[in-house]
Design a protein around this ligand. Structure first.
Ligand SMILES: C[S@@+](CC[C@H](N)C(=O)[O-])C[C@H]1O[C@@H](n2cnc3c(N)ncnc32)[C@H](O)[C@@H]1O
Length: 218
């Protein structure tokens, strides 16, 4: 059957408005967001894996949950680096495909705001890779939950931001890495960005609610 929209992005944000039909998107498009190619080789993802490996070696992190895992490529990379990794995604179709593609990680179909999943999984690091634009109106709730119920959990946050004049959606929340850091109000252990030729930036940060001494992490 022909897809509802030929462009997968129209299921997500259209004309500056949030649509959020992720299940429809995964049903109609096999590899949206170019997850198995562009996302697989993203330099910020290599940084995130390095940060995780350091957290494992220096801070004893074992349990990692990726929220908004999509087809599971990054959760699998985390599991293949020796962590107990679970990927959560709102789309049942994406999770079914992730289970077929990857066996090293666990996958759960759930909303990121299904906090019982996070309570059950007790992550020591939460990975949020390219999801924040899609949960903007619930980000406060997620941040408050993490700070109060999982205060020792690190957060690794990855998000693409856009050059001035391009971003239509979510400008009131943040537009760049500094804005993202101000929004989360965590103690930032490291942060950075990869600059792409078209002006986009792939930002990343590692945050903690605790006063983690930088020395204990390096
Ligand atoms: C751009 S993809 C990112 C996939 C993967 N993290 C990566 O970096 O390659 C965003 C994912 O977030 C998921 N998502 C959106 N809203 C969600 C929610 N409320 N709860 C869980 N997952 C959600 C979508 O289904 C989609 O798979």
């Amino acid at each position: 059957m022909a897809p509802k929209y030929p462009d997968y992005r129209d299921y997500v944000i259209k004309d500056g408005n949030f649509v959020g039909d992720f299940e429809g998107m995964y049903r109609d498009h096999e590899f949206p967001f170019d997850q198995l190619r562009r996302e697989k080789w993203g330099s910020e993802k290599a940084v995130a894996l390095n940060l995780l490996r350091r957290l494992g070696a220096r801070n004893g992190v074992r349990r990692v949950v990726e929220v908004g895992c999509g087809l599971g490529m990054f959760t699998d990379a985390i599991a293949s680096s020796g962590f107990m990794a679970t990927g959560i995604d709102i789309s049942e179709t994406a999770i079914a495909r992730a289970r077929q593609l990857y066996t090293a990680a666990d996958f759960v179909a759930a909303d990121v705001l299904d906090f019982d999943q996070l309570r059950r999984l007790q992550p020591e690091t939460l990975v949020m890779a390219e999801i924040s634009w899609y949960i903007l109106d619930r980000l406060d709730e997620l941040i408050a939950f993490m700070r109060t119920e999982l205060p020792e959990c690190f957060i690794i946050h990855l998000l693409a931001v856009y050059p001035p004049g391009v971003q239509e959606y979510g400008r009131g929340y943040f537009t760049d890495l500094d804005g993202i850091l101000r929004y989360f109000k965590m103690n930032t252990l490291e942060s950075g960005e990869v600059r792409l030729p078209d002006g986009r930036r792939r930002t990343w940060f590692l945050g903690s609610w605790q006063e983690v001494a930088y020395q204990s992490f390096t």
